[in-house]
Ligand binder design. Structure first.
Ligand SMILES: [Zn+2]
Length: 201
């Protein structure tokens, strides 16, 4: 059974450059080395065989290794944690990640590695009422991803994600980072802090 954890502001920031003390605290809490990635809003996946330094240019980590944990760092984007019987993944899903289908790509990769039933949890992220992107961009994305629609000029990231990975049993913790100041929110304050979603087998 996978173990999942989402930190809040109180835990401290895991933003770059990563504070070694914050990593140490996280690893003490989890009891395993935590694999991080340097996220770029792209759709590169990385299958982690054994722990290594921060993986560059990666927005999705996948592993079957029980001796490490995977982490995704966010402020308003969705920290998506996926798990099956023998595989886990940590995925960074923002607006660009929705469009480049990093989550769907991760699910497909998990299937090729043997995952049958896949579940997931979307951690704290900006909600559809708060994520304003402007009318033009919203309209364009609503056309290609109709479920992201709702409030004019806004995007519902979670609804778009859910639609994209329909076969995953997906839960939403339903905490909006912009509305809840216990969480770092780039949109709310343009601060550099990042909370983290962590998963391990
Ligand atoms: Zn909100």
């Amino acid at each position: 059974m996978a173990r999942l954890l989402f930190t809040a502001r109180e835990f401290g920031s895991l933003a770059d450059p990563v504070n070694p003390a914050a990593i140490e605290n996280l690893e003490t809490l989890i009891g395993k080395p935590v694999q991080l990635m340097q996220q770029t809003h792209g759709n590169n996946l990385f299958e982690v065989k054994s722990f290594e330094n921060i993986k560059q240019n990666t927005d999705s980590l996948i592993t079957s290794n029980k001796d490490l944990a995977l982490a995704v760092r966010v402020a308003d984007c969705i920290p998506l944690l996926l798990y099956s019987a023998s595989l886990i993944a940590a995925v960074h899903v923002g607006r660009r990640g929705l469009i480049n289908e990093v989550a769907a790509k991760t699910v497909a990769k998990m299937r090729t590695l043997g995952a049958i039933e896949i579940s997931g949890v979307a951690g704290p992220h900006i909600c559809g009422d708060c994520y304003e992107v402007g009318d033009d961009m919203a309209e364009q994305i609503h056309k290609s991803h109709p479920t992201t629609g709702g409030k004019k000029g806004h995007l519902n990231l979670f609804a778009g994600l859910k639609d994209q990975i329909k076969e995953v049993n997906l839960e939403n913790v339903n905490i909006c980072t912009k509305e809840n100041n216990q969480y770092f929110s780039y949109r709310n304050s343009a601060e550099p802090g990042r909370q983290v979603g962590v998963i391990s087998l």
